[in-house]
Write a protein that binds this ligand. Structure first.
Ligand SMILES: Nc1ncnc2c1ncn2[C@@H]1O[C@H](COP(=O)(O)OP(=O)(O)OP(=O)(O)O)[C@@H](O)[C@H]1O
Ligand SMILES: [Mg+2]
Length: 301
């Protein structure tokens, strides 16, 4: 894809008899957030590990700013990743030591690594733990540090596998704000989360993986519009009399103020006809949300 910062083509990964990742292709462009969604065990983390060069695929290729990171590991200085679990940082080092270590390992000089580390620790409220060994931090603090580790070298590409897991409300909001700011600054972000309202708030594009296969990749707005389809909300000025209500129910209208109706425009006319002459407050096409899309695409499969 044109000017993608990260591209993957035809990734396959097998664990024994299990095909955990099947023919996965993805791209990340500058300035976009891709929400990478799927049920437990769908293959998200496995894909993210391949994209961040922690796991060699059986087939397929990855290009990071045009380079193959498996052959040219120095390309990885352009990438930051938060991975599931606690493998992101060294437990016997302090947060400051970790951040300086990762900063220098990914190309910063010692002085700027230290400066940036302190600024990030301050921004995320971890300064008072800067000198405490990571194994003595709370789980949420460790998760925050995992994110700072991914940000320390200011990479162009960020892969965030459930970055807000276990974070308190305030910190989770800070991370969301940060994700937005990074995208605005032209970074490419992949975000894995089970919090679909977070994905909906942040994503520009959505990819859904199911049993190892990417079953959908689409611009978020277009996706939501497509799924909103024929789905209307009706509000009346007052409750309808029982006879009208019975007719509405017969036409498949659900709920009561607001009423919900699924059907095409012609069917909607029958509903409006049944309502006459009761005054309407509002008739609108309902909006789909990502949860609805997700359930329709993979929920019952
Ligand atoms: N190292 C491994 N050895 C064997 N099987 C594995 C290994 N890693 C992952 N799997 C299997 O691959 C499948 C995909 O796992 P993965 O961790 O990628 O799922 P996920 O989409 O990240 O799920 P979750 O939402 O639960 O984090 C699962 O069935 C898992 O058990
Ligand atoms: Mg996972």
């Amino acid at each position: 894809m044109e000017n993608a910062l990260l591209e993957a083509h035809g990734l396959h990964k097998r664990f024994g008899a299990l095909e955990a990742v099947r023919n996965v292709s993805l791209s990340l462009r500058p300035g976009e957030v891709l929400a990478f969604l799927g049920k437990n065990g769908a293959g998200k983390t496995t894909t993210v590990k391949i994209l961040s060069s922690l796991l060699l695929p059986d087939r397929g290729e990855v290009r990071l700013l045009g380079k193959d990171p498996f052959k040219d590991p120095w390309a990885l200085r352009h990438l930051g990743a938060v991975l599931e679990g606690n493998r992101n940082v060294y437990w016997r080092l302090t947060p400051l030591e970790n951040l300086v270590y990762f900063g220098v390992a990914r190309g910063l000089c010692l002085a700027s690594a230290r400066k940036r580390a302190l600024a990030l620790l301050e921004e995320y409220g971890l300064l008072e733990k800067a000198q405490v060994e990571v194994r003595h931090l709370s789980r949420g603090m460790q998760q925050k540090l995992a994110l700072l580790q991914a940000l320390i070298h200011d990479p162009e590409v960020l892969l965030l596998d459930e970055p807000t897991l276990g974070l308190d409300v305030e910190t989770a909001l800070l991370v969301q704000e940060k994700v937005r700011a990074l995208a605005r600054a032209g970074k490419a972000l992949l975000l894995t989360t089970h919090q679909l309202e977070v994905a909906e708030a942040l994503a520009d594009r959505v990819a859904i993986i199911h049993r190892g296969e990417v079953v959908l990749v689409e611009d978020k707005e277009r996706l939501l519009a497509r799924f909103a389809g024929n789905h209307y909300v009706l509000e009346l000025e007052s409750s309808p009399p029982p006879a009208v209500l019975a007719r509405l129910r017969a036409l498949g209208v659900e709920g009561e103020g607001p009423f919900l109706f699924r059907g095409d425009g012609e069917a909607l006319w029958q509903v409006l006809e049944a309502l006459r002459p009761l005054p309407l407050r509002r008739v609108a096409r309902a909006e789909a949300d990502l949860l609805e899309v997700f359930l329709k695409v993979v929920g019952h499969a």
